[in-house]
Design a protein around this ligand. Structure first.
Ligand SMILES: [Zn+2]
Length: 315
């Protein structure tokens, strides 16, 4: 039997996988929404949704295989932005259940006994569009997606790319109700000193740990070097393990998030961070006791291999 995610993290740093949507967009299977609307505002309709799970399952299966071969101990089902709310705005609302189930089935099929399967759950974008009055609606959609992921048989959840701590807390409540363990990582945009509803990284870490997250941390928006300081603030604030999935795009002191960089989404090749930065990050993560280490947007399997080297995972 495969060890549970808690036990794996106890044994040493766990190597996750990379960013699916950006990589599959580059390969021609995911719609970035570019050209239709200003993307990256959080107000868009159709961009970066996971219908590839039903429309081009072979492309997704292949990327799972590549991450597994690179050393990933966890495969995330491509269920990111898979709430009925987000999928409805992309025209796939009626297929919400089908997409979530297909994504988990594909990840399971590739993982076999070699990796755990995590369900990825992200924010709804309702709070960005409508404000905190929309939190109840967001809860309904997130709870529904978590029920689908549980039915489909994920081993645990990764709640990621939440901008508002309030929305993350309600997602953690939904996870607790489902009985599935959850790793929780916030994304910091536009600042790295506070999340979108004004909480410092340390406050976010505490809030997530108090709401039952088995590991807390950050993902997306920054490259490893610029994410490290906020991970260290989280480390100081909590006793639960720290999780990190940085992006592979170079940001600046003036613009702390790649989705706000002018290069997003069609010129990101020009701000790509080298995979070597991820080998270095793996070394630091290992030395500093970060227990879940993966990559987010911009990290293809080459970056996960580089991370594995830094973590000294043999394969
Ligand atoms: Zn990302």
């Amino acid at each position: 039997m495969k060890p549970a995610i808690h036990d794996l993290m106890k044994a040493g740093p766990v190597l996750g996988d990379g960013g699916y949507l950006i990589e599959l967009e580059r390969r021609g299977y995911v719609d970035s929404g570019s050209g239709r609307e200003k993307v990256g505002t959080g107000k868009g309709s159709g961009q970066f949704t996971p219908e590839v799970a039903i429309e081009n399952p072979d492309a997704l299966r292949e990327l799972h295989r590549e991450f597994l071969r690179a050393g990933s101990q966890v495969l995330q089902a491509l269920t990111f932005f898979g709430t009925r709310e987000k999928l409805s705005r992309a025209g796939y609302g009626a297929q919400t259940e089908k997409i979530n189930h297909a994504a988990v089935k594909l990840a399971r099929e590739v993982a076999g006994d070699a990796a755990l399967v995590a369900g990825s759950v992200s924010r709804t974008q309702l709070v960005e569009r409508e404000g905190s009055g929309a939190l109840d609606k967001a809860r309904h959609h997130i709870a529904e997606q978590i029920r689908m992921l549980k039915d489909a048989g994920v081993d645990f959840l990764i709640l990621e790319t939440f901008f508002h701590l309030a929305e993350m807390k309600l997602a953690l409540q939904c996870a607790a109700e489902s009985g599935l363990p959850a790793i929780a990582t916030m994304s910091f945009r536009p600042l790295t000193t506070q999340c979108a509803d004004g909480h410092s990284p340390a406050e976010c870490a505490k809030g997530m740990a108090e709401h039952g997250a088995i590991a807390v941390g950050a993902n997306c928006e920054q490259e490893p070097e610029r994410m490290l300081p906020l991970l260290r603030q989280m480390r100081e604030a909590v006793k639960v393990p720290i999780a990190a999935q940085p992006a592979a795009f170079r940001t600046t002191p003036e613009c702390n998030s790649f989705t706000r960089m002018p290069q997003f989404p069609d010129e990101m090749e020009t701000i790509q961070v080298s995979r070597k930065a991820f080998t270095a990050f793996g070394r630091i993560a290992k030395a500093e006791g970060i227990r879940y280490v993966g990559g987010c947007c911009g990290c293809n399997p080459a970056y996960i291999r580089a991370l594995a080297q830094g973590l000294e995972h043999s394969k």
